[in-house]
Ligand binder design. Structure first.
Ligand code: FES
Length: 196
């Protein structure tokens, strides 16, 4: 498998001459759009019918999650959640970041207590915004059928009708800046987290 093209969100977008001069129509290319949006895309060659006389390569596209700035670590207050959208602005992208004040699975920060989750119940899509409980470090109860999720243990179900954990937003800390960089678990209502 050979990688044909790989672009990185760390690279600055290239600006067309027309855009530099301010003249004419929008010349943003697909590559520029992907760089600007923080998306990483690679075109790879996939071998079909490997090991047979019909073996041949076809191009395939692999995309990864955008890296999105979410908040300053120093601005977060224990048990005061902050809403944001991730990985895009499509359906069910509502998410929440919260400093729990206790160590949590995949938590970041000096005490590993900052976590983020998708804010939609995995049962039938009930909205969980505004349901955070500081005393139990949980999200819920869902207003539809009362599912409640433990934010210290990767969003595992505590009680209720759901049978899947809440998707956890993977975070990175760079200095005081917190970035969302991926998701663990499938967002309700999507067949692919990146296809909102
Ligand atoms: S939609 Fe949340 S428990 Fe059913």
């Amino acid at each position: 498998m050979s990688e044909k093209q790989k672009v990185s969100a760390d690279q600055p977008p290239q600006v067309d001459a027309d855009r530099k001069s301010g003249g004419g129509k929008c010349m943003m290319s697909r590559r520029d759009f992907l760089l600007t949006s923080g998306m990483t895309v690679a075109t790879v060659m996939v071998v079909i019918n490997a090991g047979t006389s019909q073996a041949h390569e076809i191009p395939g596209v692999v995309s990864s999650y955008p890296r999105k700035w979410i908040a300053k670590l120093s601005d977060l207050v224990v048990d005061e959640p902050v809403d944001f959208l991730y990985p895009d602005e499509g359906a069910y992208a509502d998410s929440v970041i919260v400093k729990l004040g206790v160590r949590a699975g995949s938590g970041i920060g000096p005490t590993e207590d900052v976590v983020a989750f998708n804010n939609t119940c995995t049962h039938q899509g009930g909205p969980l915004s505004g349901t955070y409980k500081g005393d139990t470090k949980s999200l819920g109860a869902c207003p539809l059928h009362l599912s409640t999720y433990d934010l210290t243990r990767h969003g595992i179900l505590i009680s209720g009708q759901a049978y899947q954990s809440l998707p956890q937003v993977l975070l990175e800390l760079e200095g005081d800046d917190i970035y969302a960089v991926g998701l663990f678990g499938l967002i309700f209502g999507r067949y692919d987290n990146l296809q909102g």
